[in-house]
Design a protein around this ligand. Sequence first.
Ligand SMILES: C[S@@+](CC[C@H](N)C(=O)[O-])C[C@H]1O[C@@H](n2cnc3c(N)ncnc32)[C@H](O)[C@@H]1O
Length: 279
Amino acid sequence: MASRQAFTDSDTADEAVRATCDDATLSKRFATSKGYWKDLYIQYFARSVGERKAPEINRGYYARVKGVNHLLDAFIRKTECDCQVINVGAGLDTTFWRLKEENLLPRKYFEVDFPTVVARKIHNIKLPTVFVSECVLVYMSPTHSSNLVRWASEMFHTAMFISYEQVNMSDRFGQVMIENLQHRHCTLAGVQVCQSLDSQKERFLKAGWEHADALDMMTVYGMLPQEDVERIERLEFLDEKELLQQLLQHYSICWATKDKLNLGNHTFNKQYTYTFKSV
Ligand SMILES: C[S@@+](CC[C@H](N)C(=O)[O-])C[C@H]1O[C@@H](n2cnc3c(N)ncnc32)[C@H](O)[C@@H]1O
């Protein structure tokens, strides 16, 4: 009983210690909002400026941050960045990104804290992620590929998934493509999702992605920088223009996005046509 009580007490005490990282971050966030010093990254760890802090608190944090930075930067400069930094009890501190911005990154930068604090920090800094899958999902059953893209949408809050694969597979040309692969004992287990651009988009929308769009490759070909298209078209003579057209009509690029960090991926979606043209 006594040991159980001791465990509970120490757990509560640890929780109170862990919570101090929020106090520090909120205080730093408020002071930076007042202009005491610049920190472009603290907004990711304290979303709002929060309650007003007294001027003496702000000046105290100013002295703390400037004082520690002064010594840290001096050490890193002295070693010409050929050193390591171990930030003990780093909490949600943003020094790593400041050093990066100021070209002062040491060889290694470690942060140590309670596992729950570290996990929270990792969650907050998960930076935007892009998945690329070229001719892959078509070899998985629709259930498996849906599970994969669902997992990606659940794990990454700011992300894009680019998938290139077959489309319009229910017409005669599509059937011939399937038969040709079957002759090589290769089954397109996911061909059902390749019926149309809509079915491609649906796979993502049903799996939790916020936006999805798709273009067939004939359309993409027309959007590529025409100067370069003209250059590659001069490389070899092409007799069967119709065959190329059919081929391009049976492949597509589908892209889906999630944008919790508000990077503007939604606008990016709308501007994709433009993006294609300006690549
Ligand atoms: C007041 S906060 C300071 C955070 C950060 N250094 C800053 O200035 O923004 C104290 C930090 O030390 C961590 N800490 C305290 N005791 C610890 C321990 N025994 N093991 C790991 N981390 C600890 C807390 O979880 C918390 O993140």
